[in-house]
Write a protein that binds this ligand. Sequence first.
Ligand code: PEP
Length: 252
Amino acid sequence: MRKPFVAGNWKMYTDSSDAESLVNGLKPLVSDVKGLDIAVCPPFVYLQQVVNLTKNSNIRVGAQNCYVESRGAFTGEVAPEMLKDVGCDYVIIGHSERRHILGETDDLICRKVVKALSAGLEVILCVGELLEERETGKTDSVVETQLSNGLKEVAAGDMSRVTLAYEPVWAIGTGRTATPDQAQDVHAFIRRWLGTRYSPDITDKVRIQYGGSVKPENAKDLMDCPDIDGALVGGASLKSDSFAAIIKAAVH
Ligand code: PEP
C-alpha cells in the first residue's frame, strides 16, 4: 500500500507574510491528518522561513527547482546541498513551467534528479504532455520519453526517494482538469513503464501524484483512482482551507 503524498507548489506567488499566514492557517487544519505525507514548496527565498514555521508539524518543505552542481561560479543558481542545509526534504524537478518557459531539457532534468538524490533530497519529477500532443495521440510516447530520459541515470536503489507527478500541461492553471479516467490511464501507463524499466517491486512502491487544476471539488474522484497516490497542487495550495480539503481527500 503506497502512502499518499500531497504537495503544494506555491510557484512565484507568495511573499513572506503570505507564507506565514498560509502555514499558520494550514497547520491546525491538518495536524491530526495521518497516513499521508504533506509538503509545501515556497519560492527559494522563503524556504528557511517556512522550514522554521513548520517545525514540530506534519508539514515538510520542498523547493521548486535546484541546480546540478554543489558549489561554484553559477550565478543565480541554488545547489541541492543548500536546500538540504536549510531544512528542505523535497525538490520539484522538471515542472512544465521550467520545461516550457525556462527551456529545461530532459538531459538537464536528469542531471538535476541525480544531483538532488545524491544530496539526500527526495525528488518530485514532473512529466506531462501538451494539449496538441494529447490531441494527436502522443500522450504515452511523450510521457515515456520524459520518464526514460529523466530517470536515465537513476538507479533502482534510489527510486524509493522519487515521486512522479503526472501533470498534463493543458490542465495546469487552466481550470481544466483531466477526468479521473484520463488521469488513471496515464498513471497506469507510467506504472507499467516502471515495471519494464525497473522491477515489479518498484512498480508497486513508487508514488505517482496527479497535478493539474486539482481542487477540493475534484480531488476525491481523482485520488480514489487506483494508481493516483496524491496530488501536486498549484493554485489551490495558496489557500489553507482548500489545500487542507485536498489533503483530507487523499486519505484512504
Ligand atoms: C502545478 O503547478 O504543478 C499545478 C498543478 O498547478 P494548478 O494546480 O494550479 O493547475
